[in-house]
Design a protein. Structure first.
Ligand SMILES: [Zn+2]
Length: 349
């Protein structure tokens, strides 16, 4: 075990699958199911503290605890890999994985614990609601994340497909985890998760009982275990939102072989026309981002757009050559020579 041993670089999907396989769904060592065995031990420990717990069906307990552990894996993921590309891909993959192993029911139950986490983010450690400013801040982060995704992946809301709706659910869950905290001194998340678990198991455990404390430490352990596992791997961040699972979706966003201007990462040359209005734009123009996906037509240059019968936009003046100085910053040249501007553009990039 060398200190300087480099971690293997793996994809979001491989990393998640390895965890789900080796810790839950194929956790078999010497012929015995380690995950179920562990849950049996937990079950006994809780029954030991509260006899009424023995009424609970061990299969139901398995299902709830598995969903809870997967939700906490996702939370640990969002704490370690903060970028939305990574967290959203992880969420999309988890749904896909559960579909593959025919356990989509677990996905639904994960949603229950996800909502419990979301509730914990607007409460203080003592269970009182947080001040309005803190709540507004968390809600703003959530909305921004959701809108950024919707902007890049859907574009036109009237073209929202079932696939989009499934994706939207995955993104919403990622957004719900924003602000969820598992630090020991602020264990409101553990309390909320434990309460939701007790509620779903329909057991009459009071929040103060030893049984619930035992369950709470197991819940905390799920998070810690996931955190440890994620520290041991180096996950390759996906380049684009939902690239791995929504290849179809991405190709739908391509117009004339170019990404639609709504894909914000795109910073390219060329001009984009709106076939509905016959007006063309610089791709960074806000009006270009309003073009419906199926109406975006790409041109190599403004000359090509003009030759195609398109008129220049009055806002971004795409007939005026430009050069890209920095990412996100552009300067318009005024010498009117597109040849010079194009050579500037190439050297600047
Ligand atoms: Zn424009």
């Amino acid at each position: 075990m060398g200190l300087f041993k480099s971690k293997p670089k793996i994809s979001v999907e491989d990393c998640s699958r390895q965890f789900y396989d080796s810790s839950i769904f194929q956790a078999v060592i010497a012929g015995s199911d380690v995950w179920s065995g562990y849950l049996d031990t937990v079950f006994e420990a809780v029954v030991d503290a509260d006899q009424s717990f023995s009424k609970i069906d061990p299969n139901v307990f398995w299902t709830e605890m598995t969903a809870l552990r997967m939700e906490l894996f996702a939370l640990a993921w969002s704490h370690r890999f903060k970028k939305p590309q990574s967290t959203i891909s992880q969420s999309l993959y988890t749904r896909e994985y559960l579909k593959d192993v025919r356990k989509l029911k677990l996905w639904q139950i994960m949603g229950e614990y996800n909502r419990a986490l979301a509730q914990s983010t607007v409460m203080e450690a003592n269970g009182q609601p947080k001040d309005e400013w803190s709540v507004a801040k968390i809600n703003k982060l959530r909305t921004d994340m959701f809108e950024e995704w919707a902007d890049a992946s859907i574009g036109d809301p009237s073209r929202m497909t079932n696939e989009h709706k499934e994706q939207a659910e995955c993104v919403a869950r990622v957004a719900n985890r924003v602000g969820a905290d598992m630090r020991r001194e602020n264990c409101i998340a553990v309390v909320r998760l434990g309460a939701r678990l007790a509620d779903r198991l329909r057991c009459d455990i009071n929040l103060d009982t030893e049984a619930l404390l035992r369950l709470g430490s197991v819940i905390f352990g799920f998070y810690m275990g996931a955190e440890e596992y994620l520290k041991s791997v180096d996950v390759q961040a996906p380049k684009e939102l939902s690239r791995s699972l929504a290849q179809d979706e991405l190709s739908r966003l391509l117009a004339n072989g170019r990404p639609h201007p709504r894909i914000k990462q795109y910073l390219g040359s060329g001009r984009v026309g709106n076939s509905y209005t016959s007006i063309f734009h610089h791709p960074d123009c806000y009006r270009a981002r309003q073009i419906k996906i199926n109406k975006a037509i790409w041109f190599e240059s403004s000359d090509e757009a003009t030759a195609g019968g398109y008129k220049p936009c009055g806002v971004c003046k795409p007939q005026v050559p430009y050069t890209v100085l920095n990412i996100g910053r552009q300067a318009y040249l005024t010498d009117g020579s597109s040849k010079i501007a194009d050579s500037h553009l190439k050297s600047d990039l």
